[in-house]
Write a protein that binds this ligand. Sequence first.
Ligand code: PLP
Length: 412
Amino acid sequence: MSKSDKNGFTTGNLHSDRRDKPEHGVLHKAIHTSVAYSYEDARDLAKVFQGKMPGYNYGRQQNPTVNALQSRITRMEQGLTSTAFATGMAAIGSTMFALLRAGDHVISSAFLFGNTNSLFNTFRNFGIEVSFVDTTSVENVRAALQDNTRLVFTETIANPVTQVADLDAIGVLCQQRSLIYVVDNTMTSPWLFRPKTVNATFVVNSLTKYIGGHGNALGGMLTDTGLYDWTQFPNILELYKQGDPALWGTTQVRKKGLRDFGATLGPEAAHHLAVGSETLPMRMDRASDNAQKLAEFCEAHHNIKRVFFPGLSSHPQHERAKRLFKKPGAIMSIELADGVDCFDFLNKLSCVVTSSNLGDTRTLAIPVAHTIFYEMGAERRASMGIGDNLIRLSVGIEDIDDLLADFAYALA
Ligand SMILES: *Cc1c(COP(=O)(O)O)cnc(C)c1O
């Protein structure tokens, strides 16, 4: 173990680029825009293409600025290796596309980011069966198992009703059945939770959210924890069964997913995301603490019917969230009392922005049934507990007194 590996989460991340032999002693990895790479000996280019020598061949597959970001996230997740994508959706879609085949079965949480839900329904058109189950209990996952089940997918804290998945018990089940276990860690980020501790095969992070943290760049990351035994997985192509079996899955994702599908993260975005990531722990702690205070305020307010936040003792998975996560995160939803118009409420807020993003430094609010979950239809929304007066909040790092005053005014 090198000296730098022993550094804490923040120190290690701050000095990550600098310690990787940077050009001119820079502290940030440069934004490398070259798409092509040259080699003095043409044989070296061939070796790089054949995977016999490390190196760069084409910008769709690798870029030094993006690689530096991959190292940062691998370190945060304590994983084996990471692969960056243009967005979080690209990370999820490319991974499934690379590893699944027609006739396979996937078990997914029924409480999903809306676009992930839409994507999984599209995979059904290609002969992949998907069962949507309530992952707050491992028993629902167990009951959905089939002989052709290959992969289990869940988020840590679901959006917008903040259900906390039975993460550790599902990890045990996946290990027993040699199933790929994909955990979308976007809501918690590696600062609050490391899915590797519950036996995840892959960790997905939408870098667009807390890791980038400022709403100024899109990106997604897939981290391979190194825990899965890829010799047990039937869909690895013979071509990629070379070298260390721990890397077979990631190799197939990089070739069939990143290279062939081509949703590559650009170097400029990688730079923004890397700089943003340096303050992840401070932002996440502050936003979580703000969310806790705001949730307690809202729970006591007569114009709010219900508050969904894992940090409240009224939350059904409060104890689980306390056990698994450093803090309960900064996503909460409020259901306004009957008769309170959600649009009027939103229009009265002044330092809260009505917006669909989350994980920004600013507090964002969105009426979910009318926007991000609109396309899903009323029936599916009802099954997910999403009412017409439900507002999702992504609590930011503002001064808490300003947030409380804003809510007090808009709710009066
Ligand atoms: C936003 C989000 C995604 C998708 O990430 P993008 O970077 O917007 O593509 C996936 N999962 C969760 C939980 C998200 O919040």
